[in-house]
Design a protein. Sequence first.
Length: 400
Amino acid sequence: MNRDTMTILALTTLWTLVVAVVGGVILYQFRRRSLRVTMIVAALAPMAAALAAVLQSVRAMFISEHDSWVVLWTLAFAGLLGLGMSVLLGHWISAGSRDVGQRLRRLGTTYEPSDRLTGAVPAELAALTDELEMTREKLAASHARERALEASRRELVAFMSHDLRTPLAGLRAVAEGLEDGVIDDVPTALRQMRSTVDRMTGLVDDLFELSRLSAAALPRKRSAVSLRELAEDVAGENGEHARASGVQLTVSTPAGDDRLAVQGDPDELTRAVTNLVGNAIRHTTRGGTVTLVVDREPDGRVRLAVTDGCGGIPVDDLERVFDIGWRGDEQRTPAPASTSASASASGEPAAASSGGGGLGLAIARGVVESHDGQIGVTNIDGGCAFQIDLPPVPANANAS
């Protein structure tokens, strides 16, 4: 390599380093500016370095003026092309960055469906905006669930306050009647007071059970439970209730020795099925039939269905059946306190209430879901059917 070549290479390297240092300083000064500006600076720096090196090389090599202009024009057009591409790329990235910022500011707000990011933006920014949109949807859904739970809690407090206040007013009226000696049939009044206390105890027990299920406590010891035998036991325990209501209670199970066993807590499952059966008996018209059907689904899961003759549930209410405090009665609350008190004071039996605190179906859902099962309700001819689907018991477990 001759001396002239070494000189040209040295000068080219020197000018490149000078421009690189100057470009780096300028880029550092613009580090907090728009991304579009920094990209333009980053694109101009190598162009300036190339232009300075070529000019120095042209001067050192004594190239003709014509050839020098050709080289310079070529560099100029190449520089303009690079500058235009850097401006366009900076615009795309800036637009994508602004969209990401807007979506970040909307996180946690009420969800309103919006278009996905469109246009020529890098795939990374498009994927990021899609993730932000999905996160916003999840947050909005979570907020909606929280609002629904809060509304349900307030409704439950209002319902339970009324349901407890009414029997308390009756107890107070009976107690005052006993104190004043205006009640002649004292044993009947005492039995009525005990019956009222039992109803209040049932309400409190339901609240405790619902609170326990909602608290996600440590799971109880599970064992193999035969849903076939459980259905027969529940039918036997509720037989007198059904006869008093003029309702026929039957159990339908498949033929054979299949015990239709599931893994779970027998007490909790019994309570869930009892709630469904009691609800069905209460809402079935006199002379109707309530049927417990236990069978195995094609996928191996065990299904227990409770069908009744309630006349069906309005379609708009099907999704609310298992909400806390929901009741299907047109007259949701029992008789007014004054009516109950007057009847109690006179020694006459109080009017039957609409029953429960609207917690039975909510408790049934909590029990079923804690057993990794599903519960639902559908309308059938003349009534509705509540279905419980539970996973089958492992083959190595023994049904109890």
